[in-house]
Design a protein around this ligand. Structure first.
Ligand code: HEC
Length: 198
């Protein structure tokens, strides 16, 4: 009886030990919108309650005044705090770029005032400082990369970040502050005033 109890206890301790290894610091979930097992990314459900980093206005190109599209970028408030302190993105930082259609009209404030209308989709980046999900083509160069078409905020439509994303983010490497960590340079931080503040 005593032996059996000792064996059970030993087994329990081993199981606890194994569970402890599985949840080691290295393997902790990166962000709330990442499936821990597969690395699948989704659009974070509550991102509109996060802080906005900045907005990119895309001008009408057909000779009309105003904007035809806005790209509004959100992140967790704690990412802003961390970046201001350390001048780099923390592991698990999430950047959500919301693509919005826009319309322009005359208003009491001016002759050509643009406003956002419907959501077209989302580009999502998740900072990964530990090289997770090496077998996934959506992860690499320090980030998880995913595109979503509205209204489906769960299904990634991009398949390979090296094909779908990287080429367009190459100019960011040159625009980034010279002392930024290598993988942070993929981000167009020049568009985010809260990051420029001292
Ligand atoms: C057509 C070029 C292009 C492609 C393709 C592209 N990006 Fe970007 N991305 C940009 C530019 C330029 C900006 C900033 C200006 C803007 O949005 O107009 C940006 C900004 C972002 C931002 C906001 C953070 C930042 O870097 O400023 C996220 C998030 C993002 N892209 C994710 C992605 C992901 C994920 C993919 C691939 C699925 C991707 N992008 C593909 C050009 C591109």
């Amino acid at each position: 009886m005593k032996n059996r109890m000792t064996a059970t206890l030993a087994f329990l301790l081993m199981a606890i030990g194994l569970a402890g290894t599985a949840m080691s610091e290295e393997m902790k979930p990166v962000a709330p919108n990442v499936d821990f097992e597969t690395g699948a990314i989704s659009v974070p459900e509550d991102y509109t309650k996060w802080a906005t980093l900045g907005t990119w206005a895309h001008a009408n190109t057909e000779g009309e005044p105003g904007s035809k599209e806005y790209h509004v970028v959100y992140t967790q408030p704690e990412t802003i705090e961390y970046y201001q302190k350390h001048k780099r993105f923390p592991d698990g930082a999430v950047l959500v770029k919301e693509l919005l259609n826009a319309e322009t009209m005359s208003m009491t404030t001016g002759p050509a005032v643009s406003h956002a209308t419907t959501i077209k989709g989302w580009f999502v980046l998740v900072r990964d400082t530990r090289g997770r999900y090496k077998n996934s083509a959506l992860w690499g160069d320090g980030w998880g990369w995913s595109l979503f078409n509205a209204p489906d905020s769960k299904k990634t439509v991009s398949t390979d970040y090296q094909v779908d994303c990287i080429a367009c983010h190459l100019p960011a490497l040159e625009l980034a502050p010279a002392d930024a960590p290598k993988d942070d340079k993929w981000i167009y931080t020049l568009g985010y005033p809260v990051f420029q503040r001292k």
